[in-house]
Design a protein around this ligand. Structure first.
Ligand code: ADP
Length: 292
């Protein structure tokens, strides 16, 4: 096993019931996950009212890697992603069981500053959703809200975020023009810049390229490779080629049965393994296009 398990889990004198992205040594082309875990999900279940949408999910997410979540529609991918920054709190009548730890701290715990969790775990949505404001104001909005940039200047933060999002060169001469005039791909990179401007640690992406053309999609995928040097990225994608291209690890989810329809994590491992040598028959059927 190449992943480090946090000592709090390892010391429990029992094998952690946590799905590890293992066996990387034997898989050509995979990256050795030597990083600390950024996120640890333990026995996590999620309910919309009485409906159990996610059941007993265990997963370790190493820092500075890209994790793809794949699975058929309705298996709970978005619900799972939104649980990682408590975005689901906005839905009435939900409750959770288990833990979602960020840097070892349970973000579901009582007294957690949810606004701060959402700053540390940023989110990019399927459709680019810039504010109807200027490009500059879109990026400056978050830092202003959180009081970031008072010391080293908002202009510098905006520049850095746009630069990191590979958008600076395209917009540097029109920072004060409306963001709505940008192309879809540029708007999505602006939304990424907006997320980066508040100094997050993790970026969640919910099908970030599904509304974009192939060229804009490629730009987002290239950008992800740069961003992972600084951030941990979790992406939900319907596009299996995209998951195979961009991610280091892939998590395959499915509903447990057609009656209960609870989403479960079927298999999690190095992307090359999931796509070429899955351990689970359901994973194999899905990645080879036999269902879903
Ligand atoms: P996926 O992203 O894999 O398509 P979702 O997370 O969107 O799956 O949905 C998982 C399950 O939760 C589905 O059965 C869906 O109908 C249900 N669901 C999603 N959002 C809500 C909601 N706000 N209220 C009640 N049920 C929901």
């Amino acid at each position: 096993m190449t992943l480090k398990i946090r000592s709090s889990i390892a010391m429990e004198n029992k094998a952690p019931a946590v799905v590890l992205p293992m066996d990387t040594a034997s898989i050509p082309g995979t990256i050795q996950p030597v990083n600390e875990n950024k996120i640890e999900i333990q026995d996590f279940s999620f309910y919309y009212g009485n409906f159990k949408a996610l059941g007993n999910i265990n997963m370790l997410v190493p820092a500075n890697q890209i994790i793809a979540i794949i699975g058929p529609s309705g298996c709970g991918k978005s619900t799972f992603l939104r649980s990682i920054n408590r975005m689901n709190d906005l839905v009435p009548n939900i409750h959770t069981e288990g833990q979602v730890c960020l840097n070892g701290e349970d973000i579901l715990g009582q007294g957690v500053d949810v606004v701060d969790v959402r700053r540390r775990v940023g989110m990019v949505f399927q459709r680019p959703n810039p504010f109807p404001k200027s490009i500059y104001e879109n990026v400056a909005y978050g830092p202003r809200l959180y009081g970031i940039g008072k010391s080293h200047g908002l202009d510098e933060i905006v520049y850095n975020a746009l630069k990191q999002a590979a958008l600076w060169d395209e917009v540097k001469d029109k920072l004060h023009q409306s963001a709505m005039a940008l192309s879809g791909g540029q708007q999505q990179r602006l939304c990424i810049a907006r997320a980066l401007a508040v100094e997050p640690e993790v970026i969640l992406m919910d099908e970030p390229a599904s509304a974009l053309d192939p060229v804009a999609t490629l730009k987002i995928e290239e950008l992800m490779q740069t961003l992972k040097e600084t951030y941990t990225i979790i992406i939900v994608t319907h596009n299996m080629q995209q998951a195979a291209r961009v991610s280091d690890f892939t998590a395959f989810m499915m509903i447990d049965n057609p009656q209960t329809r609870t989403g479960v994590l079927v298999e999690y491992g190095p992307t090359a393994q999931i796509f070429t040598n899955p351990k689970n028959k359901q994973t194999e059927d899905y990645v080879t296009g036999r269902f879903g």
